[in-house]
Design a binder for this molecule. Structure first.
Ligand code: FAD
Length: 645
């Protein structure tokens, strides 16, 4: 039996980004003793990188806004594949969640009359993003962190121990969700610095681990985004939903190579920035799809007038949803009208005075100055698509955030699926984190209350420890599947995986390429079993990566299999060989599960793959919500049957 530290908690939250912290605060406030585990330092989650803002229909800048308009925009953006109840709850509750942040100490930018200011973003009918310059995520995390500390101080006053009811285990990685029969009963993980293993036992586990971008070569995502929560859920028996939908943000940096993929926030376009090709044309006017034609300006003049008079003009097509803009940029570059480094030009310098640019977009100004030696107040930026966000994720109940199939398991934030359908609107993630983070914490606490403590059996802990230690013995060649071949370098495997996903399952997809990707993934999976590392368990990044590879390979297979299956183009899934959005696919969800529910990664043969896909029909949208749309618009999305009903 492996000796590991064990602790008992009521709720364990994996992840300390916006979703995880909001869940932890809620669970603790509802009386659950709550542990939070995170890979990086407390306060350093990916959410910190969020720039543009939080979408919430507060109607501070345009009184026409309300939750119904936000709901409509979200469904349009997601091309009607959203789990509609999630989109409803999100639109209704987001304003309360933003107000709540202010009561906890956040300070948003203001309008001239002192209200929380809101800015324009792609796909949002009204200015809707509450923001703090272009550093909104930082303020969000700072505020939640401050709230956690305030609760810990309260606990200290009562119990003499700051961490008696809410404790953060930072720089720790969870590698398995443990089960007691069908129920989640805790997590197994290791401390990154010491390599020591630990078990946190709890009747409720919330996964809030963020996204999967590190499976792609060009990405705006940070090192933490290795799809851990997606894989943990799969391995625990919870299915993933619609993994084919991966958002390629239209504007990442393209130059110099060392910073390729770093995000250029959509606020640049929301505040007036325009896209031009190498011939100086504002090409987005040529790329407005039929479903959006009525809502977008037909001329540059009209688009420009909209910034000052949005009630009498239509918005410029630079503010189309992200999937549309990313495809348009891709097409321009492919047609030979790209910028010198393979992107297009994004210009604010001719649209705003320098001091306004520096005030409204301070991070962008510094990012380009320091990383690319470009002064965005005087010249255009070069930008191109970058892998940014995964819409697919753990299938959850809309109201409770409970993961399907595993009682006691919950999921919130980017790791959860459904909310954004086939494409997320900018700003809708930060609000999603707060709305569903709170709901996950609430229902996890309720689930844990009064329940008998689960039983964590030693065999499972031993198996998790053995799995984690495997990279250290890869060299010996003693195991059957190592075949006495030399160990594989985890960094090489990671690079090959990223290249494969970028080239073969990227922004534009084709059947033969995805089949090729699946073959390559099978090869990488076989090689990854021999991923070997040297040295010991004390801070060993090669070892950490070797363990992360299991997760990245699992989610990559989900993305590739689901993308191959969905023979249409919708939102963040574009097929060159099936370029139309098909109404017959509108109500189809694709679910990914482990092919071998008992054995997990190691038990299945590499050729067969590890993932099975099933189709399910989505729940019909509630009639009062459908009534928010014009019939002419619904005809563009819904199937004959749905329309008839
Ligand atoms: P995260 O904030 O990433 O937190 C994940 C947590 O899980 C981290 O603490 C991590 O350490 C932990 N973790 C992961 N795996 C493990 C493991 N195995 N064990 C233990 N802990 C683990 N959205 C908007 O709405 N508005 C914006 O303006 C915006 N701007 C963005 C700008 C950039 C550059 C990027 C990349 C994204 C942006 N987004 C924006 C998207 C948004 O930031 C993310 O979707 C969101 O922050 C995800 O939050 P989360 O709480 O789900 O995950």
């Amino acid at each position: 039996m492996t000796v590991v530290d064990r602790q008992e908690w009521d709720v364990v939250v994996v992840g300390a980004g916006g979703a995880g912290l909001r869940a932890a605060i809620e669970a603790r406030e509802r009386g659950a003793r709550t542990a939070v585990v995170c890979k990086s330092l407390f306060g350093k989650a990916h959410t910190v990188m969020a720039e543009g803002g939080i979408a919430a229909a507060m109607a501070n800048v345009n009184t026409g806004d309300n939750w119904k308009v936000h709901f409509r925009d979200t469904l349009r953006g997601g091309k009607f594949l959203n789990q509609w109840r999630m989109a409803e709850l999100h639109a209704r509750e987001a304003p309360q969640r933003v107000w709540e942040l202010e009561t906890w100490g956040a300070l948003f930018d203001r309008t001239e009359d002192g209200r929380i200011s809101q800015r324009n973003f792609g796909g949002h009918e009204y200015p809707r993003l509450a923001h703090v310059g272009d550093r909104t995520g930082l303020e969000l995390i700072r505020t939640l962190q401050q709230k956690v500390v305030a609760l810990q101080q309260e606990d200290f006053r009562e119990t003499g121990d700051h961490e008696s009811r809410l404790k953060v285990f930072q720089e720790c990685t969870v590698t398995r969700v443990l089960k007691d029969g069908p129920h989640a009963c805790g997590v197994f993980g290791y401390e990154r610095e010491s390599g020591r293993f630990f078990v946190l036992e709890a009747p409720a586990v919330v996964l809030a681990t963020g996204g999967i971008g590190k499976s792609f070569k060009v990405t705006s995502n940070s090192w933490e985004y290795t799809g851990d929560g997606h894989a943990l859920a799969l391995l625990a028996g919870a299915p993933l939903l619609n993994m084919e939908f991966v958002q390629f943000h239209p504007t990442g940096m393209v130059w110099p190579p060392s910073v390729k993929g770093i995000l250029v926030t959509e606020s640049v376009r929301g505040d007036g920035g325009v896209l031009r090709n190498s011939e100086g044309e504002r090409f987005m006017f040529d790329y407005v799809p039929d479903v959006f034609k009525e809502k977008y300006a037909e001329s540059e003049e009209e688009g420009d007038r909209w910034y000052d008079d949005p009630d009498h003009n239509r918005r410029p097509p630079e503010l189309l949803p992200r999937d549309e803009v990313a495809r348009a940029i891709n097409a321009e570059v492919k047609a030979g009208r790209g910028s010198p480094h393979g992107g297009v030009f994004l210009d604010v310098s001719t649209r705003m005075p320098a001091e306004v640019i520096k005030r409204r977009l301070p991070s962008m100004y510094h990012q380009f100055k320091e990383l690319a030696d470009v002064d965005i107040t005087a010249e255009a930026m070069e930008v191109g698509p970058t892998c940014h966000y995964v819409m697919g994720g753990i299938a959850v109940d809309s109201d409770t955030a409970a993961a399907r199939g595993v009682p006691g398991l919950f999921a919130a934030g980017e790791v959860a699926g459904g909310m954004h359908g086939s494409n997320r609107l900018g700003g809708n993630s930060l609000s999603d984190l707060l709305v569903f983070g709170r709901r996950a914490g609430w229902h996890a606490a309720e689930h844990a209350a009064g329940r008998e403590r689960p039983r964590v059996d030693d065999a499972q802990v031993d198996a998790a420890a053995a799995e984690a230690l495997r990279p250290f013995s890869a060299e010996s060649g003693s195991r059957e599947d190592t075949d006495a071949r030399p160990p594989e370098n985890p960094y090489t495997l990671h690079q090959e995986l990223q290249q494969t996903m970028n080239d073969l399952v990227g922004i534009i997809r084709r059947e033969p390429e995805m089949e090729q990707a699946l073959r390559k993934l099978a090869e990488l999976r076989a090689r990854a079993r021999r991923a070997g590392v040297e040295g010991h368990r004390q801070f060993n990044p090669g070892w950490h990566l070797a363990l992360d590879l299991r997760n990245m390979l699992l989610v990559s297979e989900c993305v590739a299999r689901a993308a191959l299956e969905r023979t249409e183009s919708r939102g963040g899934h574009t097929r060159e060989d099936h370029s139309a959005m098909e109404r017959a696919w509108r109500n189809v969800n694709l679910l990914c599960s482990m092919a071998d529910p008992t054995g997990g990664a190691a038990a299945t043969s590499p050729e067969r793959g590890q993932i099975v896909l099933t189709r399910e029909t989505t729940e019909p949208v509630r009639p009062d919500l459908l009534a928010l749309f014009e019939k002419e618009e619904l005809v563009k999305y819904l199937s004959e049957e749905e329309l008839y009903e």
